[in-house]
Ligand binder design. Structure first.
Ligand code: SF4
Length: 357
């Protein structure tokens, strides 16, 4: 049980040194948006994403030149790299030989049994993983005809058919994703496949839109699945800065109590009763506290920053550390105990100091 959630037990696979599945932490993935042939920019983006909390990075490999760039990229980064391949099995083989921890392929467009065997051979030799990534936008016609349209049943049927093909080729280091921009389809499809396979699931809502839209849609879709114990690794899709993908993923996991990256901030929206600049206080605290995550100090702590005495003392008392603001000052609580008054200007530093203790 994590955060009161009973996770579905899945097989563990090693993705370039990062375990995925079983009881391992749900990992956060993102994807670069640079030209993969541009090694410098791609490495810089991966490093930025790593600092933000990305644990597995995927890069698109659309051509030979991108494939040839991979070893140089891999040499300069510290997280496993997954090559995203469409249409060309040779690029999958080349990426694995170039050091990718795995490949994401869409079996519907990668070729037939011969191509699958070639990829399997390379992956088996290098202990790489393969993600079978079925997408509603490229579901093979057979499944569209059978279920009269793109349906969760068709997505699951297609994914499992490919799983069988890889198993028949003797390969089991697999993970699966079945993505759609439709929230209900995504939830239904993952629920159905979770009942029929033990392979780890990469969950995500595809083509989820710009940051705000994606944050809301992804939280609904992935939040529902994660609360049911479904999902071993996640990627948020954002039309925009990939760092926001990582930050949204972290927030979803932390909100559900599945991972902890820093303090959980409880703050009120403010209203006419608020007599301090609470928005500034919370923003400053958030910025300073962010630097503490990963140091093992702040994770898991609940910090309440409240605007007045209406709900302030109650929430502040309930948190690990809390402040209930008054007129140009605040009353500090620690584990429910009243610690004294703090002037407005010293609130942020006092909270940080208390967290460090
Ligand atoms: Fe308004 Fe006070 Fe509630 Fe904040 S805690 S929203 S300031 S009433």
């Amino acid at each position: 049980m994590e955060g009161g959630i009973k996770r579905r037990v899945t097989k563990v696979i090693d993705v370039g040194g990062v375990p995925v599945g079983g009881r391992n932490p749900i990992t956060i993935q993102s994807m670069t948006k640079t030209d993969t042939r541009d090694v410098r920019n791609t490495v810089n983006q991966i490093r930025k994403l790593t600092r933000a909390g990305c644990e597995i990075i995927r890069v698109a490999v659309p051509d030979d030149e991108s494939c040839r760039a991979l070893p140089r990229i891999i040499k300069s980064i510290h997280i496993p790299l997954i090559a995203d391949i469409h249409f060309n099995s040779k690029l999958a083989v080349g990426s694995i030989e170039g050091g990718a921890g795995g490949v994401r392929i869409n079996p519907g467009n990668i070729g037939g049994k011969k191509e699958i065997r070639e990829i399997v051979k390379a992956a088996a030799e290098r202990k790489a993983v393969i993600r079978i990534g079925v997408n509603s936008g490229s579901l093979p016609k057979k499944w569209i005809r059978r279920y009269k349209g793109v349906t969760p049943a068709g997505l699951v049927g297609s994914a499992l058919e490919w799983v069988k093909m890889f198993e028949d080729a003797g390969f089991r280091r697999l993970k699966i994703s079945i993505k759609s921009p439709d929230i209900r389809h995504t939830i239904k499809a993952y629920r159905a496949i979770a009942e029929r396979t033990k392979y780890p699931l990469h969950i995500g809502l595809t083509e989820a839109g710009p940051m705000m839209e994606s944050a809301v849609r992804s939280s609904i879709a992935l939040g529902t699945l994660l609360m049911e114990g479904i999902g071993d690794t996640i990627r948020i899709s954002v039309t925009g800065d990939p760092v926001s993908e990582v930050l949204i993923a972290r927030e979803i996991l932390q909100t559900l109590g599945l991972r902890s990256f820093g303090p959980t901030i409880i703050s009120c929206p403010t209203c006419a009763r608020c007599c301090v600049d609470l928005v500034k206080i919370v923003a400053e605290f958030r910025k300073k506290a962010k630097g503490m995550s990963g140091k093992g100090k702040a994770p898991g702590k609940k910090v309440a920053i409240m605007g007045c005495v209406v709900n302030g003392p109650g929430e502040a008392r309930d948190a690990d550390i809390g402040i209930a603001c008054g007129v140009k000052d605040g009353v500090l609580f620690k584990k429910g105990k009243l610690m004294g008054r703090v002037p407005e200007k010293e609130i942020v530093d006092t909270l940080i100091k208390e967290m460090e203790r």
